[in-house]
Design a protein around this ligand. Structure first.
Ligand SMILES: NC(=O)c1ccc[n+]([C@@H]2O[C@H](COP(=O)([O-])OP(=O)(O)OC[C@H]3O[C@@H](n4cnc5c(N)ncnc54)[C@H](O)[C@@H]3O)[C@@H](O)[C@H]2O)c1
Length: 344
């Protein structure tokens, strides 16, 4: 069994390559020429092919003779200096080229499209936890591109019989990223970026500088804070913020199950985590650091997660890695230990 993985040296892709190889499968890794992260694949048995997703011939030749395609190659979080037009082109044309190659290569038995919970919109959930019946109404270029990719994937199934599965991941930080992701600096960043945008869960009317209370706590020396929201989605009032953090090993497990399981054919799944509140994350961090982390009452709420019931019942996916384990591994990784997970 041979799988073409695009985005093969990314945060999720490199861990997927490693897992498939460990299971005794063959992997063709599609890597952008000059990507220094290719070193994550050094010493593995992956067949590395260099190419750009914008190069239809390179994509077609990479797909030749493989059994499955896991399409992870994408621009997520546009690098500084890249225009939205370029991001849109890479993401849309790249997905188009991979789907065209799958249509041309008749032997492919599974095309997996790596989608995202951002197709629902993290900041405007209509209910929590979000299942696959929740409206997909993205408010970002990225979410819009992924939603278009989902529709393209389904259309290639109808037009050419491409056997597809769509997996919507949660928020997947690498072991090198997790502690920053839950830091006060990142909380302030979310508030600065989304707290002043009417319509988002993070918006509070009449609050001009939503990040100010967290910035003050940072100035007072607090690296971590528990943000507690006052308003927001039903049930969120007065609760610590919660989001859909998931360990990359769980994401990889979901991808592998979706690639292999017959029930995944023609289905779209959430493959996310347990839903992690800052309160539980920082309670555990506190046991490791001995520090106390203050609660900060905010008028702004961020409270959401996805539901994995469909993936559990159809393909047997269940997240295993708790936030405690993710934090322990992040601390061990920072200390230089091999935790069995490749960094972002
Ligand atoms: N990490 C998350 O939180 C998350 C959440 C939901 C969905 N996803 C999706 O999962 C997939 C993998 O995510 P990740 O976190 O590993 O992302 P990543 O940014 O670490 O990896 C993306 C890869 O795509 C490659 N790529 C970009 N442009 C390319 C081009 N023109 N040609 C060839 N390769 C190109 C990059 O070199 C990189 O290796 C992506 O499709 C992403 O949108 C990720």
């Amino acid at each position: 069994m041979k799988t073409l993985v695009t985005g093969a040296c990314g945060r999720i892709g490199a861990n997927l390559v490693r897992r498939l190889l460990a299971d005794g499968e063959e992997v063709r890794a599609f890597v952008l020429e000059g990507d220094p992260k290719v070193e994550k694949l050094t010493g593995t048995d992956a067949e590395i092919v260099y190419g750009d997703l914008l190069d239809a011939d390179a994509v077609l030749s990479a797909a030749r003779g493989v059994d499955r395609v896991a399409h992870l190659g994408y621009i997520m979080g546009k690098p500084a200096g890249m225009s939205v037009a370029t991001e849109l082109n890479i993401n849309m044309t790249g997905t188009f080229n991979v789907l065209e190659a799958c249509a041309a290569e008749r032997g492919i038995e599974r095309f997996l499209f790596a989608s995202t919970n951002a197709t629902y919109d993290a900041f405007r959930p209509k209910y929590v936890p979000i299942d696959e019946l929740h409206p997909q109404e993205p408010h970002s270029y990225y979410g819009m591109e992924k939603l278009a990719g989902e529709r393209m994937t389904e259309a290639y199934g109808r037009m050419y019989g491409v056997p597809w599965t769509i997996v919507r991941f949660g928020t997947v930080p690498g072991p090198d990223e997790l502690l920053k992701r839950i830091s006060a600096a990142d909380v302030a960043g979310y508030l600065r970026e989304f707290g002043a945008r009417p319509g988002t869960q993070l918006y509070a009317q009449g609050v001009n500088d939503p990040a100010a209370p967290v910035e003050k706590a940072i100035e007072e020396g607090h690296e971590y804070v528990v943000p507690v929201g006052a308003v927001g989605a039903a049930g969120a009032v007065g609760k610590p913020w919660m989001q859909d953090l998931v360990d990359v090993r769980d994401t990889v497990e979901g991808i592998v199950k979706a690639l292999r399981h017959p029930n995944a054919l023609g289905e779209a799944f959430n493959v996310t985590g347990f839903g992690v509140t800052w309160e539980e994350a920082l309670a555990h961090l506190s046991t490791r650091t001995g520090e106390e982390y203050p609660r900060i009452d905010l008028p702004n709420t961020w409270y959401w997660r996805c539901d994995n019931t469909k993936a559990k019942s159809l393909i047997g996916y269940m997240p295993r890695y708790t936030i405690d384990r993710m934090i322990d591994d992040a601390i061990a990784y920072a200390a230089g230990d091999d935790v069995g997970v490749l960094p972002a």
